[in-house]
Design a protein around this ligand. Structure first.
Ligand SMILES: *[C@@H]1O[C@H](CO)[C@@H](O)[C@H](O)[C@H]1NC(C)=O
Ligand SMILES: *[C@@H]1O[C@H](CO)[C@@H](O)[C@H](O)[C@H]1NC(C)=O
Length: 390
């Protein structure tokens, strides 16, 4: 037994292009902070609006008309990315992991003019590349788009080698995307959201190719104030990051993402809101509520509505209180300090929560930096616990 385990460990080391530690509870992919990340609250709200815009109740967020605002990059300037290897021999890319979308895309050598500073996937240099050839495109609010053609290749997710993974090779990317340090996105939501219907996501393939026996992935997003970083564990989770009881929560995946029910939001024991649905989205920075819900929360924290989906809030966390989200009978915290997102040049502060005009909330990084989430696409369900050490 011991020898077999040892041989297995050596094989893992040999097939893994990167030296990624294999956790006994799953396969770990570490995250890195994006050094060029510039906080801009208005921009973040608009980016999320574009991501979910087909559910928007109007083309306005507060007083601003979204329709007149120029293109917002969709999925860039995020705080975290991971190095991921594609092809044989492996070609390495910086990808954002996004539980709010389902495509795996990055630029390739067919991208001539718009990809100057990007790492380009070269299909000719990969012995495991296979042609698909169908076109794909992701369209944005102003009509600009990222587009290209589909292909298949081996995809290495922290040492788990997915064979014949459909990849969206981009030959055209937007100018905003060109400026980002990120090469592309790995979507972790359900396959009903893929740009070309019927393709299998990396998570689908992890399961169908039996690369993981436990159909879960655990997500830890690090906080800058606690050293940053983060990790995804596929086929398990990181026990050391679970700082309390794991609560099992039913997921509504009818829209292709991980939506859960929030019973209410409270602070210091006072219930501030009724119930609403929330999407767990690692690709969104903020905690965005439906506007009426956000207004009630803002009133409690004496935050001022800036009319663009953001609020100005007291810069002194000790004048605020923790926010609690009631989910499946448990309460999950966003500490007062994280209700402050950033300080403006004039010394005022932007809140970590806001609103866009959706009938649901988007539980982005402000929530996920404080709570460990284990996603299970098979049931589907999530398990949430307070993050350890926060
Ligand atoms: C923040 O983003 C908004 C919307 O994209 C933009 O209009 C504004 O100029 C940005 N502010 C800064 C300081 O970059
Ligand atoms: C923040 O508020 C606390 C409690 O009211 C106060 O003691 C402290 O001086 C304040 N800090 C700043 C920087 O204003």
């Amino acid at each position: 037994m011991k020898t077999a385990a040892c041989i297995a460990a050596i094989m893992v080391a040999a097939i893994s292009v990167q030296a990624i530690p294999v956790n006994e509870d799953g396969w770990t992919v570490p995250l890195h902070d994006n050094p060029s990340y510039i906080p801009n609250a208005t921009h973040q709200v608009l980016r999320t609006w574009h991501k979910y815009k087909k559910f928007a109740l109007s083309d306005k967020i507060g007083h601003i008309s979204v329709g007149t605002i120029p293109f917002i990059d969709d999925g860039m300037d995020l705080e975290y990315y991971a190095f991921i290897t594609i092809g044989t021999p492996g070609q390495t890319f910086k990808l954002v992991f996004d539980t709010g979308s389902s495509d795996l895309w990055f630029p390739y050598t067919g991208c001539k003019s718009t990809c100057t500073d990007k790492t380009l996937y070269d299909p000719k240099k990969s012995t495991t590349y296979k042609k698909d050839g169908r076109p794909w495109s992701l369209r944005y609010g102003d009509g600009s788009e990222s587009s290209g053609i589909l292909a298949l290749d081996t995809f290495d997710l922290g040492g788990l080698k997915i064979k014949s993974q459909t990849i969206d090779m981009a030959d055209t990317i937007s100018p905003q995307f060109m400026q980002s340090v990120i090469d592309g996105i790995l979507g972790l939501a359900f396959n009903t959201l893929t740009t070309v219907p019927g393709i299998k996501t990396p998570v689908d393939n992890l399961l169908s190719q039996k690369l993981i026996s436990n159909p879960t992935f655990g997500v830890w997003l690090g906080k800058k104030s606690h050293g940053g970083g983060g990790e995804y564990v596929f086929g398990g989770y990181n026990r050391a990051k679970v700082g309390g009881t794991l609560t099992t929560v039913a997921v509504d995946n009818s829209q292709g993402w991980y939506a859960i029910n929030i019973k209410d939001v409270s602070s210091k024991g006072k219930t501030l809101t009724g119930s609403f649905s929330g999407v767990l989205d690692t690709g969104t920075t903020f905690l965005l509520f439906p506007q009426k819900v956000a207004d009630k929360i803002a009133a409690r924290f004496k935050a001022k509505d800036n009319g663009d989906g953001t609020y100005t809030i007291n810069c002194n966390a000790s004048k605020l209180a923790d926010m609690q989200l009631s989910i499946a009978g448990a309460k999950f915290k966003v500490p007062a300090a994280d209700l402050i997102y950033d300080t403006n040049t004039d010394g005022t502060c932007i809140a970590g929560f806001g609103y866009a005009n959706f009938p649901f909330a988007v539980l982005g990084d402000v929530f996920l930096k404080n709570n460990y989430v284990i996603f299970n696409p098979t049931v589907p369900q999530v398990q949430i616990a307070p993050l350890a050490g926060i």
